[in-house]
Design a binder for this molecule. Sequence first.
Ligand code: PMP
Length: 358
Amino acid sequence: MSRFFSGKYASLEPYVPGEQPRERKYVKLNTNESPYPPSPLLTERVQEQCGLLNLYSDPECTALRERLAARLGVRTENILPTNGSDEALNFAVMAFGDGTHPFAFADITYGFYAVFCALGGVPYMEIPLRKDFSIGLEDYIGLGKNIIIANPNAPTGLALPRAELERVIASNPENVVVIDEAYVDFGAESCVPLIEKYDNLLVTQTFSKSRSLAGARLGFAVGCAGLIADLNAVKYSTNPYNVNRMTMAAGSAALDDDGYFMANCRDIAATRGYVSRELAGLGFELTDSRTNFVFCTHPKIQGAELYSELRARGVLVRHFDSPRIAAYNRVSIGTREQMDIFLDAVRDILNERGGAAL
Ligand code: PMP
């Protein structure tokens, strides 16, 4: 840190992204990327943009918003495309949070929420998940604070039905409720259909997982026109060209090729089922994941140790140090072949410990 760094960031603890190692080739199951490349249509459309890079991108993201609106059954004024959904979440904290409008979210959830609040000087409250990692909905009913709920939640993978979330949204009419649907395409119910009914509901989604575009950085927020106008005020005060040309073209092409990506999501869900059954057979406990990852623990090996042993065998998963989930690892769902390599490595590790299987 230099002596010029503003004191207002003195206690900031930046988000630590999952490793992107370069030193060796791993079976990379640590950042919930899609194992499938984008379809050829995207390559073609992105290439068309390369010769136009001397020109700024469309700050209104018109073509992309039109396609998204058609896909989601909303109007273009209900959508704001962003540089990853991280940016949509940050914009929401910037737009709706301040000293008298704090945020609340689960104690075990996406770590960036707390970082965005700290960055913006917005107070926040962490609400403990229940012992089984489920969200205690009653904790959020009539809370009177802005709320962020990841549905499905990460890293637990658990999802709530739309009807339950609607109770939270309806009971906090004076506060914004953000539903982070980064993983919704892998098997959860979206709250997008509720945006017509509730002017305090903001939904965020991403192209990073279900549409194989983590490296392009594309997400979006969906909400009533008023909320989207607020987010636009923040966007036009920070970075009007927040989505670059190539990414915008990739996003539009992904929506034109929706069948390809939704089929990939079904494959990933099927592989998740296979991996879950195999792990359970080896004595693991797993949450009922509705995402492109599983969250698992084994009674005979510590979470950090399993992580290191897998790493030594060329398989990278994600381990979080925080006390309530230290026994667990989050394992992204790759191709069937990648998951067989992972499962073989797990068997090997357990066998070395004298057959820790049941
Ligand atoms: N929400 C959750 C719950 C996530 O796990 C992630 C991925 N790290 C994001 C949002 C942000 O993803 P992106 O910025 O790639 O859209």
